[in-house]
Ligand binder design. Structure first.
Ligand code: GTQ
Ligand code: FE2
Length: 335
């Protein structure tokens, strides 16, 4: 038998859409650099956009946080954070998509989002859920602009090539439920009726007043050595994570509190709701204060420190539910 040269073999395989394992190696996990977006240029951009871009001109008047360390324009490889501004009198028209989204209110009050026929009013610090495939439109009938953080599992959904999106036929969906109905129906007790769509997460509002009261009450107990006083926003119908793709969390650090380092296979994006401090990621520090947003990529050692004598509060979203459901979640404590 004629001895085939390696190059000839490779090109013969290539012509037939085949590839020998000796040619390429599958890339292993590559550690990714963290990044922090400061509040001032973001706020400036939002205020300028609110003057120059009509709400009808863009689907949403939102500004994306783009990591310089990723091949696509997104905040992390699984999660996206954008900030939206809605002026008094404006309506951001109804649509739905199979990305799950959250709104965390940063500035303003009295606006509302309609999700699946229910109005959810927005005050600073409130968290409002629009689960995958729920209709949602935003309204501002207050006197002042409102700004909120949008968190989405968009990059994950895109990477699975399963992103679907629909505009509603009418710009404002009809309001068919009482305000507060979801809290009454799901927040305290539940009938045993099964509705599989609840597994995707439920339209819901977690009021800052209630969350802050819970944080205050917990603060007296010992905090977590890695996370301070931390709350997870659970799906009230399952007791599980906010969404199957995303967990929302909030944590409080007491004056000068410093946490121990750990690392895990989930990626988190943090928004500074109150206070100032720093987070050590790998060998570097991200210095943060109110309004800043930062990403801690997976498997990076990190620890937090409150640098003031006031309390500090971080709101965050992460993809831990994805890693857990795929049996890929792993965590290590530092020294
Ligand atoms: O408000 O519905 O920032 O669908 C990105 C996609 C906001 C929204 C974003 C969205 C929305
Ligand atoms: Fe949306």
């Amino acid at each position: 038998m004629k001895h085939l040269k390696l190059e000839e073999l490779d090109s013969q395989l290539e012509r037939n859409q085949l590839s020998g394992f000796w040619r390429t190696r599958v890339p292993l996990h590559a550690s990714e650099a963290p990044y922090l977006w400061k509040w001032e240029p973001l706020l400036d951009g939002l205020l300028k956009a609110s003057e120059t871009i009509g709400i009808e001109q863009a689907e949403r008047r939102a500004i994306r946080l783009v990591s310089p360390h990723l091949p696509i324009k997104t905040t992390s490889h699984t999660l996206q954070v954008t900030f939206s501004i809605v002026n008094p009198g404006e309506v951001a028209k109804a649509h739905r998509h199979n990305m799950a989204a959250i709104r965390f209110v940063v500035q303003g009050k009295g606006a509302y989002t309609v999700v699946s026929g229910e109005k959810f009013f927005m005050e600073e610090g409130d968290l409002i859920l629009t689960p995958n495939w729920t209709w949602h439109d935003h309204h501002n009938e207050s006197e002042d602009p409102i700004i909120w953080l949008d968190g989405l599992d968009g990059p994950l959904i895109q990477s699975l090539n399963i992103l679907f999106f629909e505009d509603a036929e009418i710009p404002e969906q009809p309001v068919t439920r009482q305000t507060g109905e979801s809290l009454s129906r799901l927040g305290f007790a539940r009938t045993p009726k099964r509705d599989e769509t609840h597994l995707r997460g439920v339209p819901f509002r977690y009021s800052w007043k209630d969350i802050y009261q819970a944080l205050k009450a917990m603060k007296e107990a010992d905090g977590d050595p890695f996370d301070g006083t931390l709350l997870r926003y659970i799906n009230p119908t399952t007791g599980g994570s906010t969404y199957p793709t995303m967990s929302c969390e909030v944590q409080l650090f007491k004056a000068r509190e410093a946490t121990k380092a750990h690392r895990h296979t989930s990626t988190a994006i943090y928004h500074v709701f109150r206070g100032r401090g720093r987070t050590k990621v790998g060998e570097g520090y991200l210095e943060w204060k109110k309004g800043d947003t930062f990403v801690v990529p997976l498997w990076q050692w990190h620890c937090h420190e409150n640098l003031s004598n006031e309390e500090a509060v971080l709101f965050s979203i992460n993809d831990r539910p994805v890693m857990e459901s795929l049996q890929l979640y792993r965590e290590e404590a530092g020294n």
